[in-house]
Design a protein around this ligand. Sequence first.
Ligand SMILES: Cc1cc2nc3c(=O)[nH]c(=O)nc-3n(C[C@H](O)[C@H](O)[C@H](O)COP(=O)(O)OP(=O)(O)OC[C@H]3O[C@@H](n4cnc5c(N)ncnc54)[C@H](O)[C@@H]3O)c2cc1C
Length: 438
Amino acid sequence: MKTLHFAIIGAGTAGLATAILLTREGHQVTIFEQVNELSPVGAGLLLQPAGLAVFEHLGVLDQALKLGAKVTGLEGQLPNKRLLVNSHYHQAGSNLYGLGIHRATLCHVLIQKLKEYSSHLTWRMSHTVDRIQENIHEVRLFGTHQQQSFDACFDAVLIANGARSQLRPPAWVKVDQAYPWGAAWSIVPECPTLDPEILHQFYDRSKIMMGVLPTGAIPTAPQQRLSSVFWSLPTSQLQSFLQDESAKQQWLKQVADRWPDVAEWLRRLISNEYNQPQWLSAQYRDVVMSQFGQGRIGVIGDAAHAMSPQLGQGANMALLDAWAFSQSLQAAKQNQQIDWSALWQHYHQHRRSSTQFYQFLSRLLTPLYQSDHWWAGGLRDLTFPWMYQIPYFRKEMAITISGLKTGLFQQLDYQQVAQYAGKDHVFNAKTESLPEYE
Ligand SMILES: Cc1cc2nc3c(=O)[nH]c(=O)nc-3n(C[C@H](O)[C@H](O)[C@H](O)COP(=O)(O)OP(=O)(O)OC[C@H]3O[C@@H](n4cnc5c(N)ncnc54)[C@H](O)[C@@H]3O)c2cc1C
């Protein structure tokens, strides 16, 4: 088959993972990235088992495990110390676990892998793509580089430029709106008192939420283990939290009144005048699309389905998009050509119901943790303990958090995603069986 030349817009999780898969298959890829240099700034994130299956498929799991922090479960405490959320990956499958990882490490392992295929890859850093035009036999990109315009032609383009994308075709966008709540976050030395294999969350009603995520280490300081601290706030209060010392003191008091042990650790961190935690803010968007691709244009990662990080699925979904796209490309080869409509049909079969499931759940659950509704926290505190009493729901929650759900009653098989049997392997969605875990 003729080698295809793909443009990927955006060198985030989705773009880098897709670039590995396409270059590994022998295609040419040009990555357009607006920033000069991929900066190591970013909160830690939790890669769920589904994302780790893609890491195994990409051949980067071993590297990621060296620096990341293995996470066995999620525990969410109320002020009275009762565990409201108590999900452990082994409840979904005996060998499953998550990985807390610094964004710099995530980026590092993907870029190291890409170096193996460098003869098929062209980097276009500090290139901002502004517009895409599809013609019958090609797609043309228009953009700016150092205040000069540029344009270039490709066989196909993948839009992977994140939640704020202005490039996704407007006709496919059903929802594109900012969330009213976000988070202030900081990366700090690992907490010595909390279990280092658990994502710890702390909630009081729907207004107070804090998370402490094991984050592993960064490649330049592999001995220093880190944690990410998240403090949930309405977006209108984020700037004052970052700039105002008294807002941080007030935060410490709110934590100390409820969880004194954790507050003691935080107090020591922020009173260390030689190594003050750096705080940054994160804001979220909700993006829902009616389709993810057509013809020679596709949209992947947050650009296709941004959502609140409450379920910790964004990077996993970006990785699953990359995997599904490469599978669909293989399946759509016909007589030395690509049947683009077959490709998108296959891709939508893989990704649509799973994405819908997680977006629906995220929209349902986020207000229970981040909102001003007086009833939201109470409703959550009444229903969750009841659900954890029932083994079926306990297991379903663990599978959901694992990122493996493809619908209410369906799930992906970890091994089916993880395996890589060389260039000719295709996972056929039509004959797919969905085996149970355990
Ligand atoms: C605070 C926070 C915590 C999170 N926690 C988790 C978690 O625990 N687990 C999880 O799975 N996910 C988590 N997420 C979500 C996760 O980070 C994202 O879903 C994931 O990084 C999306 O990757 P992406 O490649 O789609 O986009 P991005 O990582 O946003 O990458 C997009 C890239 O495109 C570039 N770009 C933008 N516009 C252009 C343009 N016009 N031309 C060229 N380049 C362009 C940008 O510079 C950027 O490099 C979290 C997110 C936040 C904010």
